[in-house]
Design a protein around this ligand. Sequence first.
Ligand code: GLN
Ligand code: ZN
Length: 770
Amino acid sequence: MTIAATLGYPRIGPRRELKTALEAFWAGRLDQAGLQSTAAALRAGARAVQQGSGINHVPSGDFALYDHVLETACAFGLVPAGYGWSGEGPVSLATMFALARGARGTAAERAAGIPGDAVALEMTKWFDTNYHYMVPRLSAAMRPRLIDNRWARALREGLQHGTRTRPVLLGPVSLLLLSKTEDGSHPLDLLPALLPAYADALRYLAEASAAWVQIDEPCLVTDLPPGAADAYRIAFRALAEAAPGLKLLLTTYFEGLRDNLALAASLPVAGLHVDLVRAPAQLPDVLAALPRDRWLSLGVVDGRNVWRTDLRAALAQLRQAEAAGFAKRLMVAPSCSLLHVPHSVAMETALDPALQRRLAFANEKLKEVATLARAVDEGERAVAAVFEDSDRALAEARADARLHDAAVAARLSAVTPAMERRASPYPRRADVQAARLGLPDLPVTSIGSWPQTAEVRSLRARRARGEIDGAAYDAEMERLTAEAVRWQDEIGVDVLVHGEFERNDMVKYFGEQLAGYAFTKQGWVQSYGSRCVAPPIIWADVARPAPMTVRWSAFAQSLTDKPMKGMLTGPVTMLQWSFVRTDIPRETVCRQIALAIRDEVADLEAAGIPIVQIDEPAFREGLPLREADRADYLRWAVACFRLSASAVRDDTQIHTHMCYAEFNDIIESIAAMDADVISIETARSDMELLQAFAVFDYPNEIGPGVWDIHSPRVPPAEEMARLAERAAARIPRRRLWLNPDCGCKTRGWAEVKPAMANLVAAARRLRAEA
Ligand code: GLN
Ligand code: ZN
């Protein structure tokens, strides 16, 4: 029988129950038992939905209170000193949450012996997704062992409710490769010590009567570092020997195996899962490489996007595997864990009905998987109605005239290379901009948003509930904007911002005004911990029916003689933080957005706005996992940014902003974007990270953040001046700006006002000394 399987299920809960419970627990309003019972109910609900949908292999152990990488590290005792863990016994929730979020100074932390200054582990993106995991911090002296038998517990929990689940473990090699060391050792050095701990976990699972165990090794789709291939061979030999009765499913996702295919196919496991959504072309190679005594799990349902599956096309892939000799050893699955999609389309009440019919979130994908498994075994006739409905939905989508806007197509085909280039090179632009703007040495600016206070949020909520009308809401926003402009003028900021009070979110605000975007009501996806995002859906050609920001920027500019900076979200970020249609290339969608932004930039210029910032915080996130694919992405991402930015005169200054500072490997592309000014995050690195710009001899202007806005601390003027001096040691001073690291929307005025005043004071001091 063909097996219908899932690799993982969303854990935040259909109504974000986990978020609510976690935040109540952290606030002391819910005790540990209450948190655990919410978690257990979510797991029970997930098992019921998956089983009820016809999934044969329901995962367990994929649930995590905060993050599965962190929980795996904790389960194996990979916990650094300084977080209250004695080295024996289970890791307390207080310790785990201190690792996740840093110490908060609570009584529970003090009771658990956690120092008040314990900082959170580093957090980083889970491969190329928008999920963020906690990076385990390792040292060679650690003695890994199984201190929390979480997988056996999860298995037993399912068994008690009548389900033999498939435990999911993040594999030992990926766990180590995703970690960092704090003592200069190599993370893989810990492998020999870690394997017995994994072996114990597997033995306990065998004892608890597990049949299959899913071992996730997503690092197998990446360019492996030296030593990793051997690590895989050693690791899987040990795992296979640990519990010979268990069937191990080696699971890969997010890319094709490519040059690691032979390695993956050679490992002593019962089965291999491959991602056929991201890498459909790998199927023939996988079929040729995988020994016929292995099971093959085909990820044919997209676990990363929200569209219904073309069931007939997916079935054709499955039939290919059947014909190649895997008929008796075939599994159907989503491409990856369903963690990356929302729970259920059924919860949406306000989507365009035609669009809604084309969507499949986690629950709908489960049914697709089950249908496909049945179709393999019983033939399409057995599931004819479902297949026909899938065909119809696809045909409707193809025939939907609203997907294509002839004007957008015409504009795209008329784009010339000249449209992706400013009229003059940077040095010439810098001269005319200097003449127009008359800015002092080390100009002071900010990244865009001022605090989104309780007042702002409540105004937005009241507007959403219809308690105030649009005019009243806008009047309040104008009042807040005017206050912010006056304050910036008073303290002596050189380039002002209007404050972005009117924006709910930097993508949503624009998406809501663009054609081609749709928004869900409950389409929440976990970003990290309790934090969720509801990415918009780009389903049709993107166009800008009318100006989006001009009235706010023009209003703000009318209140001051200083230059006002217009504030836009860039095309790459608008793409990257959305679910994107798949009927046309991502590059094309990005170009459509770029044209819409281009029009907005031109309108801002025409309205007298002398500076426009096009934020691209997600520029780096789009980088493909494999080195070999990066140049192509960078080519079109840079071109899209330039297309959005190049419609203006030489004396209009274009800024961009990125909320990080790792630029070593992409500095050439950053320079190729040719923004007149780029602001980046550097305060925490003590300007070390500016080195990439210095070494490359970055030609345009840079605003390295001198105030870490992620911390509530208000840095004194001396500290910001010292950081600016460190920056000036690397970048010629005439090309330096002074600004915070990022937007201030999450900060309060009590911090922002003194910090900005200190920033202005720092600039004045440095100017006076010059
Ligand atoms: N202009 C945006 C803001 O200040 C930029 C946010 C970001 O970089 N993520 O809020
Ligand atoms: Zn930022």
